[in-house]
Design a protein around this ligand. Structure first.
Ligand code: AMP
Ligand code: GLY
Length: 424
């Protein structure tokens, strides 16, 4: 039995809380800062995920023995190292990589170099800075449309531009490098070859040496039906991915997962946590689009519910470096989640709307994302508000159930995509 802290406040963290709270091994569960959903199954603590001093105080005060890091920011800022280097915190298990490991997400250039070094298939690329702007434009001349420009650093999911027109691509490159469109994040820009295919997410849990592959998932990033309009954090997800069959997943394992974990080991990177591999299937072959060093959101809302093993035990094995002793149990059932968002998201939207209908929901699990409690009422507090997760014999059945229950939930200007799975 141990006390556990989850850092974060989204649907991903509510799902972690839901799963961890079911474990016999979880004594007291804390979420910082959490949301209205986590408040019902854990104790929310109102501190920022990047305020390491406040996290330390909480961990010591509440005898917390395990910290599960939800989002990337604290990882990129080095929360794992902060714990490892502190006399009083050294014994605490941190589920999340070291700062060097987190660079796989924190720097697109570093991720590309890592893939090149370890022969991991990805789009051809070159990177540029303000000094090499002209060379960058010349490189664009050698490529075919569409053009892919990526800000090197974290840019809240907005740092990737895909442009049809060469002149526009050159102008945007100049904007990013010379005018710092994304601030420090675009001081370096990666320009890469456009890959045409269908995307999926593969999640790997590793102790730095051993690994287990979690169920696959596919998320829907665009706000509009038919994958149109602006990019969002994610409008829904399904698991497993029907086209990720055994033959394809064997290629993923041999060409991508194994060399990734071996690469971490060779480079002596302390990595105890999730590797989220954003993949694209081009023809029959997998290529890496990006690495993230955490679970995906909303993919977590379909991946974790399918895992039947005790997640605290699994995390303990990660911390001990004994993940080879874990045999992950996963249900055969498919899962789907539909994300309910505030009208206007991902641009401007209103907050503070009362959400009703929770008691009408049957046969789905509602994970909270942008919600907060006020005088017993659940109010919206973000763009992505709820994720309605269901099981089914296949993703279609699971989606149908989620849609039935989405209709029972209400808040002013609520919106969701009704076409998830359209491309499968
Ligand atoms: P990222 O932030 O790296 O995941 O990029 C955001 C999105 O841009 C991805 O989910 C893809 O849809 C798209 N994308 C990124 N890189 C490429 C590429 N080389 N070819 C085609 N699409 C890409
Ligand atoms: N759903 C994509 C992500 O979490 O980055």
């Amino acid at each position: 039995m141990m006390n556990i802290l989850i850092l974060g406040s989204g649907g991903r963290e509510h799902t972690f809380a839901y799963k961890l709270s079911q474990s016999q091994n979880c004594e007291k569960l804390f979420v910082a800062p959490g949301n209205a959903g986590t408040a019902k199954i854990a104790r929310n603590v109102s501190i920022s995920v990047t305020d390491f001093k406040a996290v330390k105080d909480l961990v010591l005060r509440e005898n917390i023995e395990m910290v599960v890091v939800g989002p990337e920011d604290p990882l990129v800022e080095g929360i794992q190292n902060f714990f490892a280097e502190d006399e009083e915190l050294r014994q605490v298990a941190v589920i999340g990589p070291s700062k060097r490991g987190a660079l796989l997400e924190g720097s697109k250039e570093r991720a590309k170099e890592f893939m090149a070094l370890h022969n991991i298939p990805t789009a051809a690329y070159q990177s540029f800075t303000a000094e090499s702007l002209e060379a960058g434009k010349a490189f664009l001349d050698t490529l075919n449309s569409p053009y892919v420009l990526k800000a090197d650093g974290l840019a809240a999911g907005k740092g990737v531009l895909i442009l049809e027109n060469l002149q526009e691509a050159k102008a945007e490159l100049e904007n990013m490098l010379a005018n710092k469109k994304f601030g420090k994040a675009s001081e370096t820009v990666v320009i890469e070859e456009f890959l045409d295919g269908i995307e999926l997410s593969v999640f790997v849990l590793t102790d730095g040496k051993n690994y287990i592959t979690l169920p696959t998932a596919k998320d829907y990033k665009r706000i509009g039906e038919g994958d149109t309009g602006l990019n969002t954090g994610g409008m829904g997800a399904i698991s497993p991915v029907p086209f990720a069959d055994k033959t394809f997943m064997d290629k993923v394992e041999n060409r991508i997962i194994k060399p990734t974990i071996e690469g971490l080991e060779k480079e002596e990177i302390d990595y105890k946590g999730f590797v989220f591999i954003g993949l694209i299937k081009v023809g029959d072959d997998p290529f890496v689009i990006e690495y993230n060093v955490r679970m995906g959101d909303p993919e977590t809302e379909v991946v974790l519910p399918r895992i039947e093993s005790d997640l605290v035990e699994v995390f303990q094995k990660v911390a001990e470096g004994k993940l080879d002793e874990v045999e992950l149990k996963v249900t055969e059932k498919a899962a789907a989640t539909v994300v309910l968002v505030s009208g206007g998201y991902p641009e401007n939207y209103e907050k503070g709307k009362e959400i009703t209908g929770f008691d009408q929901v049957e046969g789905s699990h509602v994970f909270h994302a942008g919600t907060r409690l006020e005088n017993e009422k659940t109010l919206t507090s973000g763009g992505r508000v709820l994720a309605v997760t269901s099981f089914g014999d296949d993703y279609k059945q699971a989606l149908k159930k989620s849609y039935q229950n989405a209709e029972k939930l209400h808040f002013d200007k609520m919106y969701y995509r009704k076409d998830l799975g359209f491309d499968l």
